[in-house]
Design a protein around this ligand. Structure first.
Ligand SMILES: Nc1ncnc2c1ncn2[C@@H]1O[C@H](COP(=O)(O)OP(=O)(O)O)[C@@H](O)[C@H]1O
Ligand SMILES: [Mg+2]
Length: 253
């Protein structure tokens, strides 16, 4: 694996009102790796992901993508940078009025001059990757939760992104469907050599997807290590989190 840093978060701080959510996040992500960022609900995982594509402006610090600061960028330049990214939103965020095929090809339609036939063919190829070709003419409302997730996944990868961001890809799915999604995320990363950044509180998913696991707690990265090191770590935050214990340094409400 190459050691080249593709995305670097440096000293990132963000507050909403008097709530200091990110308090100095530092993390480097290398090209081609699959990193999973774990942490309790509400700790700021989604906020961190949104900074990576310039949807939030930090109060302090910055995010660099291929060495370029994306956190203080003009909107037009940001538009170009976002082409490098695929984003799987927590709630799938499919457009209900469009078919699955139209949802998958929406980015291509926006960025390239393709005929309806070309768009459809591209959607078919993407849907094949997630075993959902038969649903191309269906509406999202006709699909199960797992199928919607797969459709959203097909859309996230349709523009051939260098970096794919997954926000809680398995939350709300049954364990078997979740496993299908985990397998897909892993196989897409291997097949296309994309960099995967996943945030989740699902440890089964984290172990399956990750090369490396980092933990976000109280606005900072409190652990960063290889998957093999997570289970044996004496880090009290990670121990409490992976064992799901109420007692420990992490306070819940
Ligand atoms: N746009 C926003 N405006 C105000 N508060 C926000 C916003 N986005 C997130 N927050 C707050 O920041 C905290 C972290 O949220 P989030 O990143 O969604 O947590 P999670 O780790 O569960 O993804 C929460 O307390 C949330 O209410
Ligand atoms: Mg979240």
């Amino acid at each position: 694996m190459s050691k080249e840093v593709v995305l670097s978060v440096q000293g990132l701080e963000k507050s909403f009102g008097d709530q200091h959510v990110l308090r100095g996040v530092d993390i480097d992500i290398r090209r081609g790796e699959s990193i999973v960022i774990i942490g309790p609900s509400g700790c700021g995982k989604s906020v961190l992901l949104r900074h990576m594509i310039g949807l939030h402006q930090p109060d302090k610090g910055a995010v660099y993508v291929d060495g370029v600061d994306v956190s203080h960028m003009r909107r037009r330049d940001l538009y170009e940078v976002r082409k490098k990214f695929g984003f799987l939103f927590q709630a799938s965020a499919l457009f209900d009025s469009m078919t699955v095929g139209e949802n998958v090809s929406i980015g291509l339609k926006e960025h390239f001059h393709l005929s309806p036939e070309e768009l459809r063919r591209t959607a078919e190829v993407q849907l094949d990757l997630v075993n959902l070709r038969s649903a191309i003419d269906k509406k999202p409302s006709e699909l199960s939760g797992g199928m919607r997730k797969r459709a959203a996944l097909a859309r996230a990868i349709a523009m051939d992104p260098e970096i794919i961001l997954y926000d809680e890809p398995t939350t709300g799915l049954d364990p078997i469907t979740a496993d299908v999604i985990n397998d897909l995320i892993r196989s897409l990363q291997k097949r296309f050599h994309a960099t995967s950044i996943t945030v989740t509180h699902d440890m089964t998913s984290a172990y399956k997807i990750a090369d490396r696991i980092a933990m976000l707690h109280e606005g900072r990265i409190v652990f960063d290590g290889a998957v093999e090191d997570v289970k044996g770590t004496e880090n009290p935050y990670v121990q409490q989190f992976i064992c799901g214990k109420a007692e420990g340094p992490i306070q819940t409400v």
